[in-house]
Design a protein around this ligand. Structure first.
Ligand code: GLY
Length: 296
């Protein structure tokens, strides 16, 4: 078995004009991750490569393409986790790194900590020789005008993420975001909070979430869906967990999941969520409009 992988490009507002480029972007990212699985690479390497690909693509709100906070600055969050030893790490409020997911991985491999924030994370990045970038490098004029045109504060909960299982049955996840448009300076969402925006446990599965970060955090969505999958199918667990988030805190979002049997599940309670997956038979699938989960 060569493993399997799924990625998402966020469950935020996607105008019809952007559906094709978001879907294409997810397809490119899933192929980047899958090629690592095919050459016997680890699930951790695969999710890092897939999320880096999405961070480098200005169509998505992560890395290049990150949205502005209410002071016109970029503050990015990311996390990465492997499900064998529960190696996990995150960064929050990072402004000067092009690939926050790789900085998070360095925190996991080169420190005793699970999270570094803001200036501390940037100082660590410099120590590691990670090149510094300016906000101007991360926000292209095209991205800026697109977000000004299409984004409304209440609709924007974009994020990118990946979950993979390798041929050894190791399951990893990674998630990265620029957060919510016009968020307060210093606001941190669900992405770097372990068990909220992502979680991996080889005996349960791996998850990456997208959507309204405060709602995802309140219901610890990533860990909730894995717990639910113990007593029901993965797809039912996805749908019930997202419905629970709507019923309990009126939060919308989406998530992707791989369970230890290699089954891929996904769902969302917003209008669209771009995703792409390659299953254990090497079959590539992509989508953005369906299947949505009814919340009314
Ligand atoms: N889910 C991304 C965020 O709220 O920051």
């Amino acid at each position: 078995m060569s493993g399997c992988i799924i990625v998402h490009g966020g469950a935020g507002y996607v105008p019809a004009q952007l559906t094709e480029e978001k879907t294409r972007g997810c397809q490119s990212a899933v192929q980047a991750g899958y090629s690592i699985l095919c050459s016997n690479g680890s699930a951790l390497d695969a999710v890092e490569a897939a999320v880096r690909n999405l961070e480098d693509n200005p169509s998505f709100n992560a890395g290049h393409g990150s949205v502005f906070n209410n002071k016109g600055q970029i503050e990015m969050d990311a996390m990465i986790m492997e499900g064998a030893q529960f190696g996990v790490s995150a960064v929050a409020g990072v402004k000067t790194v092009a690939n926050p997911v790789s900085l998070a991985r360095k925190v996991m491999e080169c420190t005793d900590h699970v999270m570094l924030i803001s200036e501390g994370a940037e100082l660590f990045a410099r120590e590691q020789g990670i090149p510094e970038v300016s906000s101007e490098d991360l926000v292209s004029p095209q991205t800026k005008s697109r977000w000004e045109k299409y984004t409304t504060k209440s609709d924007d909960h974009d994020t990118v993420g990946a979950v993979a299982m390798d041929c050894h049955g190791n399951i990893a996840c990674a998630t990265s975001t620029g957060g919510t448009t016009l968020k307060r300076v210093g606001r941190v969402g669900d992405v770097p909070l372990i068990g909220c925006g992502s979680y991996s446990d080889n005996s349960l599965g791996g998850v990456s979430c997208t959507g309204h970060g405060e709602s995802i955090t309140r219901v610890t969505l990533a860990h909730r869906v894995l717990s639910n999958s113990i007593t029901m199918s993965g797809q039912n667990a996805v749908e019930q967990s997202l419905k629970f988030m709507w019923d309990k805190v009126k939060g919308r979002g989406g998530l992707i999941m791989i369970t230890p049997n290699g089954v891929i599940s996904k769902g969302f309670t917003t209008k669209r969520m771009a995703w792409a997956s390659i299953d254990t038979n090497g079959i590539l699938e992509t989508g953005i409009d369906q299947p949505a989960i009814t919340t009314d």
